[in-house]
Ligand binder design. Structure first.
Ligand code: PRP
Ligand code: ZN
Length: 285
């Protein structure tokens, strides 16, 4: 019973990417449908598949030692747990949305209105801070259909791609909170489990860093190297290898995914040819 117990979402937006992250960290475990508990065969971790809404509570109570859950759920549940690391996936926001044909001129719109939500805590804090008096109708799912069936005037719910709002004839008017998946943990873990968590965190960071970067290879005339090296601020500096063709070299470096397209054009202008961009699996800083 010395494994670190990690809770992940059983099904929903975070399920696939949470499992993918653990797999990319090298953990081997079975995850077929209906499996609620799974012990990794090559790492001291037990994975519990739970409803995401319950994860903060289980982590606080010590039923799970850690969990992967949305910041939105952490904020709503107000449990006494620790956010260990932002994971960079399942990005979304919690927003207020209204029927798309309604005119909107500001928050006063919501005075006297009924708002359906699964986030009553966050919503009531927000309304109080902004001096809006509205009624909150708490429902646990399919919040977006509430206005269409006459249950509420507006909704406060998670928007990811925005397609659920659109299919339900709603428009987003205010963002209340930005969210992404986070790794949470209990505040009082025994030393043994803290160590396992640290080991896992090391791997998570290596996977996360890798996902944010690309490995780039290119050929260029030797004369273009100083210019190109300036455009490519690699981990230290680019690696340069001579090509058989005289006066030409091959340059290798790592670039951030974010500014990668911009850099590609600058590189071509500087004389780079045969540019290859390769994904990185793990990256340890
Ligand atoms: C949210 C929300 C919508 C959907 C929006 O649910 O309730 O149903 O995501 O996504 P879209 O903007 O891409 O259409 P969530 O995944 O948080 O599910 P849960 O409340 O059932 O856990
Ligand atoms: Zn949920």
């Amino acid at each position: 019973m010395n494994e670190l117990k990690i809770a992940v979402q059983k099904s929903g937006r975070l399920n696939e990417s949470s499992k993918k992250l653990l797999e990319e960290c090298g953990l081997k475990f079975s995850n077929g449908t209906g499996v609620l508990k799974s012990t990794a065969t090559n790492f001291p971790v037990e994975i519990l598949f739970l409803r995401d809404d319950d994860i903060p509570q289980y982590v606080e109570q010590g039923v799970a030692d850690a969990g992967i859950v949305g910041e939105n759920i952490v904020a709503e549940k107000k449990r006494d747990i620790r956010i260990v690391e932002k994971l960079g996936f399942a990005k979304c926001h919690l927003s207020l949305a209204i029927p798309k044909e309604d005119e909107y001129h500001g928050l006063e719109y919501f005075n006297g209105k009924k708002i359906a939500t699964s986030y009553p805590e966050i919503l009531s804090d927000y309304l109080r801070k902004n001096n809006i008096i509205a009624e909150i109708e708490e429902i646990s799912g399919s919040v977006e259909i509430a206005p269409g069936i006459g249950l509420a005037d507006a909704v406060c719910d998670i928007v990811s791609s925005g397609s659920t709002l659109m299919t339900n004839g709603l428009k987003e008017v205010v963002t209340i909170l930005k969210s992404q998946a986070v790794l949470v943990a209990s505040k009082n873990l025994p030393q043994k489990k803290v160590e396992i968590l640290e080991r896992l965190l090391f791997r998570i960071r290596a996977v996360k860093n890798a996902g944010e970067h690309k490995y780039i290879l290119l050929n260029a005339p030797e004369s273009a190297v100083p210019k190109i090296a300036e455009i490519l601020p690699g981990m230290k500096s680019p690696t340069i290898l001579p090509l058989v063709e005289k006066g030409w070299v091959s340059l290798h470096s790592v670039v951030r995914e974010d500014d990668f397209w911009e850099r590609i054009n600058m590189l071509r202008e500087a004389g780079a040819e045969g540019i290859l961009v390769i994904p990185i699996e793990k990256m340890i800083k």
